[in-house]
Design a protein around this ligand. Structure first.
Ligand SMILES: Cc1cc2nc3c(=O)[nH]c(=O)nc-3n(C[C@H](O)[C@H](O)[C@H](O)COP(=O)(O)OP(=O)(O)OC[C@H]3O[C@@H](n4cnc5c(N)ncnc54)[C@H](O)[C@@H]3O)c2cc1C
Length: 425
């Protein structure tokens, strides 16, 4: 009997334990360790921030669900991975030995890299459900006393979709409350152009997102870095093509949500050969770490180089479609390794995203994620909002039921087609 330890109870970790259980059966021990006792459906966090969802509607208690589906669960934080000893150390002081380790810890949110950024500073966040709940209080304060809003992403960020989503969702809610006319909005991003998304655009995301920002009277600043934030004021600098400073200014705000840059988590940070200098797990084409091949990485914690040079650092997003594909490759390769065979499965690393704008949205598919691509498709409409609502429901059901269907790839694509037809009917 082998022991597979999976760290992290998010989209990557949950998919991994279910697929491992299905693929390897009861002859092996599958253990999930997560520092949170809940699964949270991160894509719905922006809805929590404007009170369209309560946190309990998008979170699931892990202990009973794991028990029901035959996965051992430990609610504890991994404080250190010790790959040379096939061991992880836990915050409680306990240690766990493993035969195979899957790291699915997601990111550390690097608010600390910019003075005054983040929930402990002066901007709010939707990266965690708890952050989004806090953010909703700041949003209510804005509604009570309307004023300027600044939304966007910090230099080095690798997750842009949710920044655009939050801007449009907030804008929709402000219109519903009939106070949009009292809220000037600015979108700030290190992307070289609107709709780059860390992917050098997909289809016409540039045109689609620029047009949406224009239609909704949201001003934007691209190639822009955030220098520091103080209460109600953000100091930003727009740079030239060569990265040199072009113009600095201070943006006043009453409410600001900025997606931070990510790093790897402390449990792996600085482990030579396991992670890169930013703490992201180094994996080969089979999702294995080249130095310790019984250690695999899936999801946001994995190191992926940027698609190309940009004046400011712009990271590549790791979205659900890609994460599920990394998980399937990992599980198939672990199954081969258990049989003493060589790995053969590669993740497809495609990007698929439904970006909700509150009343409509933009969907895009990039196959493969890095251009040039075989499929480079983006489309917009009310059907995307409907598809995203349905997708949330199906994904939460998947986690509760313990199914291993690759939802992002199969269900989502079907859903998109159906929703599109419905909207066009
Ligand atoms: C606001 C937001 C919206 C997004 N929307 C979409 C979307 O619509 N579509 C899409 O495809 N992608 C979306 N993404 C991108 C991506 O799909 C999500 O970030 C997804 O949650 C990543 O899954 P993950 O498993 O890699 O990491 P996470 O979901 O972050 O899960 C990591 C887990 O590991 C745990 N953990 C961390 N450190 C430790 C430790 N030391 N010990 C134990 N446990 C630990 C964490 O508590 C967490 O439970 C979004 C991202 C964000 C931030």
């Amino acid at each position: 009997m082998k022991r597979m330890v999976v760290i992290g109870g998010g989209i990557g970790g949950i998919s991994a334990v279910y697929e491992l259980r299905d693929r390897l059966g009861k002859n092996h021990e599958i253990l999930l360790v997560s520092d949170s006792d809940q699964f949270e459906f991160t894509p719905s966090n922006p809805w929590v921030a404007v009170k369209w969802r309560k946190p309990e509607a998008i979170t699931i208690d892990l202990a009973p669900v794991m028990k029901k589906h035959g996965v051992a669960f430990k609610h504890d934080a991994v404080s250190r991975v010790v790959p040379e000893q096939n061991r992880v150390e836990l915050a409680s002081g306990e240690t766990l030995d493993y035969d195979y380790l899957v790291i699915a810890t997601g990111p550390r949110l690097a608010f600390n890299e910019i003075e005054g950024l983040g929930p402990e500073g002066h901007t709010v966040s939707v990266c965690k459900t708890a952050h989004a709940l806090e953010s909703s209080k700041d949003f209510e304060a804005l509604c009570a006393d309307p004023g300027p809003v600044v939304i966007g992403a910090a230099q080095g960020a690798s997750c842009y979709g949710p920044a655009y989503e939050y801007a449009f969702i907030l804008e929709t809610e402000l219109r519903k409350r009939k106070i949009r006319d009292r809220v000037p909005m600015t979108f700030v991003t290190p992307e070289p152009y609107i709709g780059h998304l860390g992917l050098d655009g997909v289809g016409d995301t540039k045109g689609l997102l620029e047009s949406e920002l224009r239609n909704r009277h949201v001003k934007w600043l691209t190639n822009t870095r955030i220098d520091r934030v103080e209460a109600g004021r953000m100091h930003v600098t727009t740079v030239n093509e060569d990265g040199s400073d072009k113009a600095s200014q201070a943006l006043e705000f009453k409410h600001s949500m900025i997606l931070p840059a990510f790093t790897g988590v402390d449990a792996v940070m600085g482990i030579d050969q396991l992670v890169n200098p930013r703490g992201f797990v180094i994996v080969d084409e089979f999702q294995r770490n080249p130095t310790w091949p019984n250690v695999y990485g899936v999801g946001v914690c994995v190191a992926i180089p940027p698609v190309g040079p940009t004046p400011l650092p712009v990271g590549v997003p790791k979205t659900g479609y890609m994460i599920e594909s990394m998980v399937t490759a990992t599980v198939e390769n672990i199954a081969l390794a258990v049989e003493g065979r060589e790995p053969a499965h590669r993740a497809t690393w495609n990007a698929f995203c439904l970006a909700d704008f509150g009343d409509r949205g933009v969907a895009f598919i990039a196959l493969p994620q890095i251009p040039p691509r075989n499929t480079n498709w983006a489309s917009s409409g009310k059907w995307v909002h409907l598809a995203k609502v349905a997708f949330e429901k199906y994904y939460l059901r998947k986690v509760r039921k313990g199914t291993t269907e690759p939802y992002y790839e199969k269900v989502a694509l079907k859903l998109m087609g159906a929703a599109k037809l419905r909207a066009e009917a």
